[in-house]
Design a protein around this ligand. Structure first.
Ligand code: GLN
Length: 388
């Protein structure tokens, strides 16, 4: 048999999804793959049951159902401070995973350089491999996860085609400040670089921090491909509803890439989600209040157990320092943690380009009872995770 494609040779399976399988196997409380164990808003579910009878059940327009794009345009125009044209500046995709892949395919030629901050969400590695681009990694150093402006400038001096920006960041919880985004934006303009964002946690940013869309900075809409999704905002990760917002010159090509990749996102689900996109501001305030409460509950629980951790400014992940346990492999640590303690985590090394083996990631997008159960199980972590 001939060899399979070279482009897939460097692929490993997703460690995040693998940790979910390991958690299931050991009956662990799964704080690895980030998704909620609570229900989406009732209004969206009620609409879904109506639509199961009325339709649509056939394809929507390939770049997204008209009313979905109109509702999204109304919502995002307010947030991003400019009118987003629902006809020309939006492409609805199968999750932001497809949005980012389509963005990379649209922008990058094989051999083009792309800046990625490290730690980074593992899909960007795959996006880069599949589009044939060459990554330039710029570290966000724990514990503050700030970047060094000289290092970033040196990366831009290599004339990258694009920079990938996850804001707020998965896994480190960094919410980039307006000043930091201005540094990135000035360099992107100076070196004529596109910015591809992943802003799926845009509504989960804890006070006093706030979310700034880099596309809203002066001169940036032109060169930014903003990717996001409804997964986290409406707790519907399985619906796979994402989107790209970008100028028409870019979406014209994105639409073709998207059409040939997937034709379109599920029509009945787009239709059902419109009611969510039309929620008033209170919905987003409540969502943030809920997550602020979960963050407080979980971080205090970790503090009470004497477990060292990061304090996220946004998103719903926290990184724990496991240096004291003396494991060489954080993957080994996470496998044993699921088995012995009964809590699933993701090894930090799957996010860092650098040799970082002392951090693991938990998420707290779970019912409070689930979080209490995880904390209960973690009570004896020091005894149970001692190297035998
Ligand atoms: N973004 C979530 C995480 O980092 C879910 C990832 C996924 O499996 N799509 O865990």
């Amino acid at each position: 048999m001939q060899k399979l494609s070279d482009r897939t040779a460097g692929f490993t399976d997703s460690v995040i999804r693998r940790m979910t399988r390991i958690s299931l196997k050991h009956g662990a409380v799964n704080l690895s793959q980030g998704f909620p164990d609570f229900d989406p808003p009732k209004e969206i579910l009620d609409r879904l049951s109506e639509i199961s009878h009325t339709g649509p059940h056939q394809y929507s327009i390939t770049w997204g159902a008209q009313n979905f794009r109109e509702a999204l345009s109304d919502k995002q125009s307010k947030l991003m401070g400019r009118h987003i044209d629902p006809e020309r500046e939006i492409v609805v995709t199968c999750g932001s995973t497809e949005a980012m892949m389509a963005a990379m395919m649209t922008v990058a030629n094989p051999g083009d350089k792309v800046i990625v901050f490290s730690p980074f969400y593992e899909n960007y590695g795959a996006d880069i491999i599949l589009s044939g681009a060459q990554p330039i990694y710029v570290p966000l150093r724990p514990p503050s996860f700030a970047f060094d402006t000289d290092e970033l400038s040196a990366a831009f001096a290599q004339r990258p085609k694009a920079l990938i920006l996850c804001n707020p960041s998965n896994p480190c919880g960094k919410a980039f400040t307006r000043d930091e985004l201005t540094v990135i934006a000035d360099l992107a303009k100076k070196y004529d670089t596109y910015v591809i964002t992943d802003e799926v946690y845009e509504h989960i940013v804890y006070a006093p921090h706030t979310h700034t869309y880099i596309a809203s900075l002066p001169g940036m809409f032109e060169r930014t491909i903003s990717c996001s999704s409804l997964s986290k905002t409406y707790s519907i990760t399985g619906w796979r509803l994402g989107y790209i917002i970008a100028p028409e010159e870019i979406t014209e090509t994105v639409k073709k890439v998207h059409d040939f990749l997937t034709v379109g996102a599920a029509a009945p689900l787009q239709e059902s989600a419109v009611v969510g996109l039309r929620f008033p501001a209170e919905y987003y305030e409540n969502l943030l209040r809920e997550y602020t409460g979960k963050r407080q509950l979980f971080l205090k629980g970790l503090d009470d157990l004497g477990i060292r951790h990061t304090t996220p400014e946004g998103a719903y992940y926290v990184m724990l320092d496991i240096s004291e346990y003396g494991y060489e492999s954080d993957l080994d640590f996470c496998e044993k943690l699921a088995e012995r303690v009964g809590v699933g985590a993701v090894p930090g090394s799957s996010f860092f380009r650098e040799d970082v083996n002392h951090l693991i990631r938990f998420h707290f997008a779970k019912k409070n009872d689930t979080l209490y159960e995880a904390l209960n199980r973690l009570e004896n972590i020091k005894k149970q995770m001692r190297k035998i």
